[in-house]
Design a protein around this ligand. Structure first.
Ligand code: FES
Length: 157
């Protein structure tokens, strides 16, 4: 099974390189496509991409680490991001965080065992006047209470 996965990923990367070129300027686009398809970029994918673009795998990894939307580890199907910037911090971010950690049984930065949720911090989500805020996938929720946050998680569950 592993060999099959490896082969199909290798084929996928090869066709992306054909489509976007093997210049280093294609790196971000290729990473984006792999992320979109697999929700993370495995070590194997990183090595394959590096090989095709003729760059060092460390360079690929450093690009992945730089961008918050790229991951080198598998994440949950739902990404919860709690704003940790000053307005939200002052308006109850900590209580929110504790309630979410308790509800999901994980700490910030972790993924639930069933891979349903990953919880992370985010910097200002641009809605400071209606803090505290958090996002679940592409949607941002504001004026949250710990109860409301837990309710939202249960709706996604
Ligand atoms: S500080 Fe949280 S949304 Fe701006």
């Amino acid at each position: 099974m592993f060999v099959e996965e490896k082969t199909s990923l290798a084929v996928e990367i090869e066709s992306l390189v054909k489509k976007y070129g093997n210049d280093r300027s294609a790196l971000l686009t290729i990473l984006h496509e792999i992320q979109k398809q697999h929700r993370y970029i495995s070590d194997y994918a990183q090595q394959e991409i590096a090989r095709h673009l003729n760059i060092h795998p460390v360079e690929v990894y450093s690009v992945i680490s730089f961008y918050a939307f790229l991951n080198s580890e598998p994440k949950g199907r739902n990404i919860v991001r709690i704003c940790r910037t000053v307005s939200c911090e002052m308006k109850g971010k900590e209580a929110l965080e504790k309630a979410i950690e308790r509800e999901l049984g994980i700490r910030i930065g972790e993924t639930t065992k069933d891979k349903k949720f990953t919880v992370e911090y985010a910097n200002c989500l641009g809605l400071c006047d209606v803090a505290p805020a958090m996002s679940i996938n592409d949607r941002v929720y504001t004026r949250l209470t710990p109860e409301k946050a837990v309710q939202l998680l249960n709706e996604v569950k």
